[in-house]
Design a protein around this ligand. Structure first.
Ligand code: ADP
Ligand code: F6P
Length: 323
């Protein structure tokens, strides 16, 4: 252990994601195993500015690995985007003896971490978002639970859609990224998958596809629409008018962010939490942890934020051919 790191803090920021508790638990226990104390900061950067800070002991994270949401709470905090807010955060960390901070969240949260690091507070980011939209990592905490939740919900919509011989548009989350839509599209065998990264806004193609499938005897037509495209309800009205086939929109919404995390989310959240604790206790700063080819890696925050990631072209083509 590097001698100068005696106390670290941990917070969750941005949208919550199933598996965040497993990451918090791992940070706490791995740091404590090295003799480093841990403080929990409630409600993200907002809680830091409000000094909602508590000492965490091993027992505080007992019985949490199976729970959805985040035991620390989370928030979006616009004040922390200002230099003034960041400097206040630095002072509060110093007053509470926090030498380093582990931030579990997405790209926006890393910008906050980067600012703290610039002002002398060591920071490490862990990717926590259901959207899978962080370029430096193959995996983000919560994605696996969210896609499984969405997949099961879509199966149910498909049952009733087939019984009524309807077309269904099912909107999934993902902000501007189409990963949840792509994975569900493939796993649910959807007839059409609309991704913000690929969609050409040609509704006539979808209409033709529906009519052709109906002629071939398909009783349902499932369209997975990504949140980044949105407008599922008006799209359903237009498709029904053009095809004469009853069309319904279902927006899955926040159910995708809740629930007990899957094994994969608990596993990788635990491994990344432990890794983040190790590197922050060793004195590293301004890094983001990720999983690449099944193993933990870490990158400079600036480098990580400049990386880009694309929908895998082969997977998207396969989805089209299989449907
Ligand atoms: P995510 O971390 O999931 O991308 P947000 O973009 O909402 O979610 O960011 C979470 C929080 O991180 C924000 O509410 C804000 O407190 C902080 N944050 C976002 N962008 C910045 C920035 N440019 N500088 C400092 N803090 C930021
Ligand atoms: O980033 C996770 C996410 O659920 C996105 O998929 C969605 O666009 C956003 O958060 C919703 O955020 P909020 O909780 O602020 O409505």
């Amino acid at each position: 252990m590097a001698s100068e790191i005696r106390t670290i803090g941990v917070l969750t920021s941005g949208g919550d994601a199933p598996g965040m508790n497993a990451a918090i638990r791992a940070v706490v226990r791995k740091a404590m195993a090295q003799g480093v104390s841990v403080k929990g900061i409630k409600k993200g950067y907002q809680g830091l500015l409000n000094e909602e800070i508590m000492d965490l002991e091993r027992y505080h994270v007992s019985d949490t690995i199976q729970r959805g949401g985040t035991i620390l709470g989370t928030a979006r905090c616009s004040e922390f985007k200002t230099e003034e807010g960041q400097l206040k955060g630095v002072e509060i960390c110093k007053e509470h003896g926090i030498d380093g901070l582990v931030v579990i969240g997405g790209d926006g949260s890393y910008r906050g971490a980067q600012a703290l690091s610039r002002h002398g507070i060591n920071t490490i980011g862990i990717p926590g978002t259901i959207d899978l939209d962080i370029a430096c990592t193959d995996y983000t905490i919560g994605f696996d639970t969210a896609v499984n939740t969405a997949m099961q919900a879509i199966d149910k919509v498909r049952d009733t859609s087939s019984s009524h011989e309807r077309c269904s548009i099912i909107e999934v989350m993902g902000r501007n990224a189409g990963y949840i839509a792509l994975w569900c599209g493939i796993a649910n065998g959807a007839e059409d998958i609309l991704l913000p990264e690929k969609y050409d806004y040609n509704e006539q193609k979808i209409i033709n596809n529906i009519i052709n499938n109906r002629k071939r005897g398909k009783t349902h037509h499932i369209i997975i629409n990504a949140e980044g495209i949105g407008h599922s309800t008006s799209m359903a009205r237009r498709i029904e008018a053009a095809t004469g086939i009853e069309t319904r929109a279902t927006i899955l919404g926040y159910m995708q962010r809740g629930g007990s995390p899957t094994c994969k989310d608990r596993y990788y959240a635990s491994i990344m939490g432990a890794y983040a604790a190790d590197i922050i206790c060793s004195g590293k700063t301004n890094r983001v942890v990720g999983i690449r080819h099944g193993e933990c890696v870490d990158f400079d925050i600036e480098e990580a934020l400049n990386m880009t990631k694309e929908i895998p072209a082969y997977d998207y083509e396969v989805a089209r051919i299989l449907s």
